[in-house]
Ligand binder design. Structure first.
Ligand SMILES: *Cc1c(COP(=O)(O)O)cnc(C)c1O
Length: 373
């Protein structure tokens, strides 16, 4: 590949491994881990992330889309790949060809898969999804008496998992999570009375893993905690996850600007003193949120400096007046650690009114991911 501009994401594979091991030791050896790597491993770069998680001991992988499952297979992942989102009509052949494991919450989808599997003399493993309170995907509990006999007749489908999804796991004080566990336990019983014996029972995402005991489950589905992004709020003091992503760039131009002059679009920053301003080749097209205009910080030489003015599509400007020694080519840390200073994904998310997940996912495709070990 040709040399690109210096803006890139560095992925710390040792930190990723550490986070996986911390999850595995939290849930214990009798619980398997399904590593969620949807959306390009939450923006971290699935091609580097998935093989490391497979080596670390992930028993299954989770993605949102059939397309993402196909990509994982092309990377050489052999473990079961669960399509947490939907298999849309027409995607049945991809499911069969790449041995993907759909999550079923809809009988129309189940019928299409059953008949596609019958046509080629195969069976498809699937996980049944039940809605115990999320109100999003899943069969509602009260429909199971009708649904389960229908599924039972589909001889080319094989239920290997039973799952639900928590709605408020990140707020451990709310009682709904406990109620969802109770509802799920009743669902497990019901499914078994209809003659199904799913190998895996699972309900917990990252916050679920760290908020209460995983009664009745033998599989967990961490995503954000693999990437070190579940470190805020009630989880802050619980464990020692490491951030996996660093987002870095370099100073491309430095200039002296007299007092009273505006910089960047709209002149939303006006110098109040004789200033030194650095131009950094990163912008909102890279995922540097435009809401960081006049409020983001970056790290240079281990010190914080503020974004000056409007975030542009390809550039930001930062005020380095207080760091007279900086030079063109010096490294700039947009997210992550530089010496003793750190810009966490939480800090960034709080400033733009979002969550760590979105900060990571928004780092765009044109930013190269570099894997370091
Ligand atoms: C994305 C996803 C997860 C992972 O959630 P985190 O909060 O990132 O741990 C788990 N389960 C399902 C169904 C998902 O879609």
């Amino acid at each position: 590949m040709s040399v690109s501009r210096p803006t890139r994401v560095e992925i710390d594979l040792a930190a990723l491994r550490h986070n996986f091991q911390e999850i595995q030791s939290t849930v214990g050896a009798n619980c398997d881990v399904l590593a969620v790597v949807k959306a390009n491993a939450y923006g971290h770069g699935v091609s580097g992330v998935a093989p490391v998680l497979a080596d670390a001991g992930a028993s299954l992988f989770g993605v949102a889309l059939v397309e993402e499952g196909v990509e994982l297979r092309s990377l050489g992942i052999e473990q079961p790949i669960v399509i947490l989102g939907s298999v849309f009509p027409g995607q049945e052949d991809d499911v069969l060809e790449h041995r993907l494991t759909p999550v079923l919450y809809d009988l129309t989808c189940a019928r299409l898969l059953d008949s596609a599997a019958r046509d080629v003399g195969r069976t498809v493993d699937y996980h049944l999804k039940v809605d115990t309170g999320m109100g999003r995907l899943g069969f509602r509990v009260e429909r199971l008496d009708q649904v389960l006999p229908v599924l039972k007749k589909m001889k080319n489908l094989n239920m290997t998992g039973l799952m639900s999804h928590l709605a408020v796991a990140d707020e451990p004080e709310r009682p709904l999570t406990g109620l969802q566990y109770e509802a799920f336990a009743r669902v497990v019983e019901k499914v078994e009375t209809f003659g199904f014996t799913p190998r895996y029972r699972h309900i917990a995402n990252s916050a679920g893993i760290y908020s209460r005991k995983l009664t009745g489950c033998n599989l967990v589905r961490p995503g954000i905690s693999l990437y070190g992004g579940l470190t805020g709020g009630p989880f802050a003091s619980q464990f020692t996850q490491k951030p996996v992503m660093r987002f870095v760039s370099q100073i491309a131009q430095l200039k002296e600007i007299p007092p009273g002059e505006g910089v960047s679009y709209g002149h939303r920053f006006v110098t109040s003193r004789h200033s030194r301003v650095a131009a950094i080749p990163v912008g909102y097209a890279d995922g540097y949120n435009r809401l960081l205009t006049n409020c983001g910080d970056v790290l240079i030489h281990g010190r914080r400096v503020p974004v000056a003015g409007t975030v542009c599509m390809d550039w930001i400007l930062v005020d380095v007046t207080d760091l007279p020694e900086v030079q063109v080519g010096d490294q700039v840390t947009l997210l992550g650690r530089d010496g003793d200073a750190i810009i966490t994904a939480e800090e960034w998310a709080d400033k733009v009114g979002s969550i760590t997940y979105e900060v990571f996912c928004n780092i765009s495709k044109r930013v190269p991911r570099v894997f370091v070990d």
